[in-house]
Design a protein around this ligand. Structure first.
Ligand code: 5AD
Ligand code: SF4
Length: 469
């Protein structure tokens, strides 16, 4: 995923802040890989850099600083970064010939996992900065500009969110009517396939007051839909305004009180952390969208155990029943891994059976990719690549069929749609259904930010077409 930002609205910035930051003389190009948390982090880094005099650009050729915000979750993700660095090296050389410097930074999970190795492998890289130290970016850059090669990957003791500058209101408005808000970072679950506990560190929850203040700023800038982010978002907990310990359910009830915020979502959840209050939030909060991404990874108890998921397939199915009893129109999404070490045909069949039982509205499926340093990588009995390919195809076909059925089931129905942005064609606008599908409507159907009622007329590959109801 690529994130491009344009220059700030300086009038808005000046009106809002008494101290006007130094004029933007340098330019930064940010490229984002991986999950939504990286998208959010890239925005916060862009904000920190804006305060440091860097204007964002979407033209890599004119950048004084190129920042790759990387993903380490699967092998391919990390390899993409190295091949991009190869291309950037040539650009950097061209710019040097023209007498201009180009700093290259690697942030995100590859930075955290590989550290100095990145500079050894790609000498064009000037700085490597892990996700817990983004608030130090301006200081780090000052050192990099004076020629130092920097690797900053310790887990900071201070709260980075407290130190990261908030974006200007004009910038928030420019970013649109939907927004991400990280409430929790890191993971203590240690699933044996997963690199996250090593790259993002242990679970940290942001305090209630910080989250509420950020959500209010978003709402004030016209944001209608907020997605709370966390690697293990439903493990979020914090002391609430009443002095009591809150879980994610309570937090959602609180955020639902903020005027203007019409839609709330959260991702990604672990089945073990779906507590009663969170399920009650799905039952009682119309603002909480009826869509839940609840990864299970496998339908085989043997594999779930080897993955250290700490629940069985039956627990997951019972949980889904309880969630559906609370909110019967909820659509489910999940993540699956095929070809985990030791996975037999029978284990895989159990996954297929679970998918049949749940009936997903959408889901992601991946081939197991051994991550260095994780217990899974050390396990014996790795599944041959060809077998993984074949299983992935079968699972993917089933999930796609379910997704298409779900889309088709909406044809003829009238649903709420949040108008998000102009469409690819000038005659269209693109909205979002409660279940996260893009909805293509007539350009005149409503203004960006409106929630309108539309009747679904037909389905596209991954989208819905609708007319004003
Ligand atoms: N190999 C394949 N898929 C993985 N995921 C996480 N780690 C791996 C891995 N080593 C998948 C899981 C997770 C999603 C974000 O990525 O399904 O839920
Ligand atoms: Fe990784 Fe999620 Fe398991 Fe944590 S709960 S280790 S982030 S898969």
């Amino acid at each position: 995923m690529e994130l491009n930002t344009i220059e700030r609205d300086d009038i808005g910035a000046a009106a809002e802040n008494l101290v006007v930051p130094p004029a933007a003389t340098r330019k930064v190009f940010v490229k984002t890989y991986g999950c939504q948390m990286n998208v959010y982090d890239s925005q916060r880094m862009t904000d920190a850099l804006a305060a440091d005099g860097y204007a964002a650009t979407d033209a890599i050729g004119e950048a004084d600083l190129v920042l790759l915000n990387t993903c380490h979750i699967r092998e391919k993700a990390a390899e993409k970064v190295y091949s991009e660095l190869g291309r950037i090296r040539e650009l950097k050389a061209e710019r040097a010939k023209a007498g201009r410097e180009m700093l290259v930074g690697v942030a995100g999970c590859v930075a955290q996992a590989e550290g100095a190795e990145i500079i050894r492998r790609s000498p064009a890289v000037d700085l490597v900065i892990g996700p817990q130290t983004y608030h130090r970016l301006p200081g780090v850059l000052a050192r990099a500009r004076s020629g130092e090669k920097i690797v900053e990957t310790d887990y900071a003791v201070e709260d980075k969110f407290e130190h990261l500058p908030q974006p200007k209101r004009a910038e928030l408005i420019r970013r649109g009517v939907t927004a991400f808000l990280t409430v929790q970072e890191g993971c203590d679950k240690f699933c044996t396939f997963c690199v996250v506990p090593y790259t993002r560190g242990s679970e940290v929850s942001r305090p209630v007051a910080q989250i509420v203040a950020e959500a209010e700023r978003l709402a004030d800038a016209g944001v209608r839909e907020v997605t709370l982010l966390g690697q293990n978002v439903n493990a979020w907990h914090g002391r609430g305004e009443d002095g009591e310990e809150w879980g994610l359910g309570r937090l959602l009830f609180r955020l639902a009180e903020i005027p203007g915020l019409a839609r709330l979502r959260y991702t990604t959840s672990h089945p073990r952390d779906m507590d009663d209050e969170l399920i009650a939030a799905h039952r009682d909060l119309p603002t909480l969208m009826p869509y839940l991404h609840l990864p299970v990874q496998s339908g085989s108890d043997r594999i779930l155990k080897a993955m250290n998921r700490r629940h069985m397939a039956k627990d997951y199915l019972t949980l889904i029943d309880r969630i559906r009893a609370a909110r019967n129109d909820i659509a489910l999404s999940g993540d699956f891994i095929v070809g985990f070490p030791g996975e037999t045909e029978a284990d895989f069949e159990a996954t297929m059976q679970l998918v049949e039982d749940v009936n997903y509205a959408s889901a992601f499926s991946f081939k197991y990719s051994p991550r260095p340093g994780t217990p899974g990588a050390e396990m014996g009995d790795h599944v041959p690549e060809a077998v993984k390919d074949e299983r992935l195809q079968r699972l993917h076909a089933l999930l796609l069929k379910q997704q298409q059925h779900f889309g088709a089931s909406l044809v003829g129905r009238t649903i709420d749609t949040l108008i998000e942005k102009p469409g690819r064609q000038a005659s269209q606008k693109v909205g979002r259904s409660p279940w996260l599908q893009p909805v293509i409507v007539d350009e005149k159907a409503g203004e960006i930010g409106d929630i309108i009622q539309v009747r679904i007329t037909k389905t596209g590959y991954n989208s819905l077409f609708a007319e004003l109801a």
